[in-house]
Each structure stands twice: as structure tokens, then as C-alpha cells.
Design a protein around this ligand. Structure first.
Ligand code: ADP
Length: 271
């Protein structure tokens, strides 16, 4: 376990063709929610660079800033100060229309609750990113994605006719179909049973092997163990990172950080 500033681009070389462009980069991001006496500093100076084709898990106790981090990194929320770049594009100063376009073209999302459109078939749900972008659907690519997530037989089914795991696989295919610069996954296995969870994680892992970048918030040490690196948030800052994680090492790290936090709260001193 390593603690301190996190910049995975400084320890992992970028591809030679693209030495400087990370999929996602945050520099000294602060996010204060609320006003006056009710202010809460949800992020306190977060800096990070995430190399393309990597799988990063974000963990941390409730209230540590995971959702705020995800929202800021995905261009859904604006930091109070600091900068966010996606695919080399600086989000500061972008209009709402520009941000919407950037998210549509370069970001994919996978949520715990699947968020499929109930009236559309599997195939239509997966084709949605093309429709939203006003682009002609790439039929071959859609068929490839349906195959990859193992739903060829179900292509004309509605979400209500599928199991939870199958619905999440549709959501993953929909996120992957346009090969976005980054996919943000928020507790993607939170609503799934153990076996289905493993299938979904293998699917995410496999997409990273073929070059996709994924950032996943999770509470589950097994889910996080599928990532290349686990970053731990505590009180609005990254407090540790774990490379080549195993579920056991993650549990150990969570326990250690929890103990440290309890001690800090009791004594007011960081150890
Ligand atoms: P996590 O996802 O790790 O639970 P959050 O990012 O949701 O953490 O929250 C971080 C801190 O910011 C918490 O103290 C939370 O209460 C506060 N917070 C989050 N969103 C808001 C908001 N819209 N208004 C006020 N406080 C907020």
C-alpha cells in the first residue's frame, strides 16, 4: 500500500504515440457543497492522471467523496476550483452544451440500477448512443457488442424479459459500443448475485484488455480486485493506493485505514 499523492501516469508510462494525453486527469480539484455555515468540502485537492486502457477502482467510506469525485471526473458536476480533463480536453469554461456533447461522445456510464430504456429492445438500447449523437448506427459494431456480452439470442427482448445480470450486460455493451475515452461505473455489481457479479466483472476486465479505460466506484473488495489499481478516498482526498490488488489485500487496507481514521478522530493527529 502506498499513501500520498496519486498520479498513475507518473508511474505507468503512457503509450509512446500519446505521451501526455491521459484518459482522465484531475489537477488539484476541490469541491465545496452548500453555502455559508452549511459548507462541506467533499473534495480537498484531488490530483490524478489515469492512463488509457487501465481499470481503476475507487473505494472509501460513506461520505468520503466517491460520488462527488465521479461526478466531477465525468463532467456532471463542476469543481469549485482545479481542473478536469477528459481525453486531453479541459472541461473548465465549457458551456453546458459543450459538456453534454463531450459526455455523449467521450464518456460511457454504467450504473447499479442498469438504467436501460424499458420500451427498447436489447439491440435498440445498445444502439442508443448513436441515436443520441445523431449518428448512423454502426450495425457491425452493435452486433459485435451483443455477441461479446453473450446476448445474441436475446437481441429482440425487452429489459423486463431479462435477468439483472443480463440487463447489466446490455448496459455495459451500450457503454462500450462507441469506444468512449472512459467508462465510469458506479457500483455496477451492487444489485447482482455473486455469480452474475463475476460475469460482469470479467466483461469489464476483458474490455480493458482491449484498450478501454474504466473507473469504477465500489464497496465490494472482490469487485475492486478486478482493477489494476485501487484508490482509497478518505475525507475528500486520496489517502492510499493498492496496485495488483487482491480481495484480501483490499480488506486489509480498508481495515488499516479505518483504524487510522478512528485514531485520528480520537486524537486529532494523523498517523
Ligand atoms: P460518498 O459517495 O463517498 O458517500 P459524497 O461524494 O456523496 O461521498 O459526499 C461527500 C461529502 O459531501 C459528504 O459529507 C456529503 O454529505 C457531502 N455532500 C455531497 N453532496 C452534497 C450536496 N449536494 N450538498 C451538500 N453536501 C453534499
Amino acid at each position: 500500500m502506498r499513501t500520498g499523492n496519486i498520479d498513475s501516469t507518473s508511474t505507468n508510462a503512457d503509450t509512446p504515440a500519446d505521451p501526455v494525453i491521459a484518459a482522465v486527469r484531475l489537477h488539484d480539484v476541490h469541491r465545496v457543497h452548500g453555502k455559508g455555515d452549511n459548507q462541506v468540502a467533499a473534495l480537498r485537492g484531488v490530483s490524478i492522471g489515469l492512463r488509457r486502457g487501465t481499470f481503476t477502482a475507487i473505494m472509501g467510506p460513506s461520505g468520503s467523496g466517491k460520488s462527488t469525485f465521479l461526478q466531477c471526473a465525468a463532467g456532471l458536476d463542476t469543481p469549485t476550483s482545479g481542473t478536469v480533463e477528459i481525453d486531453g480536453l479541459d472541461l473548465s469554461g465549457m458551456s453546458e452544451t459543450e459538456l453534454t456533447k463531450l459526455r455523449r461522445d467521450r464518456v460511457g456510464f454504467v450504473f447499479q440500477a442498469f438504467n436501460l430504456l424499458p420500451a427498447l429492445t436489447v439491440e435498440e438500447n445498445i444502439a442508443l448512443p448513436y441515436r443520441l449523437a445523431g449518428r448512423r448506427a454502426d450495425r457491425a459494431r452493435i452486433a459485435e457488442m451483443i455477441d461479446r456480452v453473450g446476448l445474441a439470442e436475446r437481441r429482440n427482448h425487452l429489459p423486463s424479459e431479462l435477468s439483472g445480470g443480463q440487463q447489466q450486460r446490455v448496459a455495459i455493451a451500450r457503454a462500450l459500443v462507441t469506444a468512449p475515452a472512459v467508462i465510469f461505473a458506479d457500483e455496477p455489481t451492487g444489485a447482482l448475485d455473486t455469480q452474475t457479479t463475476l460475469e460482469v466483472l470479467q466483461l469489464l476486465r476483458e474490455s480493458v484488455r482491449t484498450g478501454q479505460t474504466i473507473v469504477m466506484v465500489t464497496h465490494d473488495p472482490v469487485a475492486a480486485s478486478y482493477a489494476d489499481v485501487v484508490l482509497f478516498l478518505g475525507d475528500g482526498a486520496f489517502v492510499a493506493e493498492l496496485r495488483h490488488p487482491t480481495a484480501e489485500k483490499i480488506v486489509e487496507c480498508v481495515t488499516h485505514l479505518g483504524t487510522r481514521e478512528t485514531r485520528r478522530r480520537a486524537t486529532g493527529v494523523a498517523h
